[in-house]
Design a binder for this molecule. Structure first.
Ligand SMILES: [Zn+2]
Length: 340
């Protein structure tokens, strides 16, 4: 649970005054910058039995349990699908595992399941920490159940809500938390970290991720790069993208990323159109310019709005191929690909 370099100073400051630690924190900030890691490092620091400048020592029994995922005073609530992706879901039976779509929301049962954890005394006579992420994934009933705990927090309890979109949380939940906005990491710090993770083209990876280092690391993986290359060559095609051919290979895992790339591409198109610089796809500047030229700004904005609603729906069981096909057709229309 080592803190990410760009979080260290914030954590040290936060953990310096343990006597007045907020019982509820809402950690938000740009996605892909390590908010989940921040919450875990915060937990590690709070639970550590020999903290160094407030941060976890990494060597005491508490740090040891936490790194092995079995600290009795730590719980993390995530949607089933997230738990599976991160490889800490309980093993499902063969077959059933592949067929049953995992839940993308946090259910009331998951909040109820930690009631004892919250109510009983702590095991190590220190803090207990509950992390909920992403907090906006809580179903209304789950959010209301958690609200009760936030209203009457037991002593020595830290509840850290992690959110990409705090505006989607109940106002009553937001108002009971101390808000902590994590900034985008400084570029040099992010680059050094990426290089330390073995990413050869750290500059390129960071640019594509819009400056978010954890997203950059994820996007630098081979299958992610392949998807991006494929989509970019479609988007750059002078005569317009081929929606049907592209969509054949798009599955549920790829659709959300496809929408992400479309969003960054359209944002770059708008920037280039108004004489600015591409933020994400500078390596495709010639294509961006060629595409931006015949496109109407209003059409690009409309397409961007369509992408935002498609993104909100991407978590739901729609047919990913049809979604990809539909969006590429909308892209062709927005960029006037049909008309020379
Ligand atoms: Zn420790």
């Amino acid at each position: 649970m080592t803190a990410l370099p760009w979080h260290r100073a914030i954590l040290e400051k936060l953990l310096a005054d343990r006597a007045h630690f907020p019982h509820a924190l809402l950690v938000h900030g740009p996605s892909g910058t390590g908010k989940a890691e921040f919450a875990r490092a915060l937990a590690a620091g709070a639970l550590c039995e020999a903290p160094r400048s407030g941060l976890a020592c990494g060597a005491c029994p508490s740090c040891h349990w936490l790194s092995h995922g079995n600290h009795p005073d730590f719980r993390e609530i995530v949607p089933e699908a997230t738990a599976e992706e991160e490889g800490d879901a309980p093993e499902a039976a063969e077959g059933a595992k592949a067929e049953k779509a995992k839940s993308l929301v946090i259910k009331i049962d998951q909040i109820r399941a930690v009631a004892d954890f919250i109510a009983l005394s702590t095991h190590r006579a220190g803090f207990r920490v509950l992390v909920v992420r992403p907090a906006e994934a809580m179903q209304p009933a789950a959010a209301n159940a958690l609200l009760k705990t936030l209203e009457e927090p037991p002593p020595h309890t830290i509840i850290a809500l992690v959110s990409d979109r705090p505006a989607r949380l109940l106002a009553t939940i937001r108002s009971r938390c101390r808000q902590l906005a994590l900034p985008m990491p400084p570029r040099e710090t992010a680059l050094a970290w990426l290089k330390a993770q073995g990413i050869a083209n750290a500059e390129g990876a960071l640019a594509i991720a819009g400056g978010a280092p954890l997203l950059a690391l994820e996007l630098a993986q081979p299958d992610e790069e392949a998807l991006r290359r494929k989509l970019m060559s479609e988007l750059a095609r002078p005569g317009g993208a081929d929606p049907v051919a592209f969509a054949t290979s798009i599955d549920r895992a790829a659709i959300e990323r496809t929408i992400h790339w479309l969003q960054t591409w359209v944002q770059d198109l708008v920037r280039v159109k108004v004489g600015g610089e591409a933020r994400h796809h500078g390596e495709h500047l010639a294509a961006l310019r060629a595409k931006a030229k015949p496109a109407e700004l209003e059409a690009l904005f409309a397409f961007d709005r369509e992408l935002a609603s498609a993104r909100a729906l991407a978590a739901h069981p729609l047919n990913p191929r049809l979604v990809a096909e539909h969006l590429l057709m909308a892209y062709n229309r927005a960029t006037n690909a049909a008309k020379p």
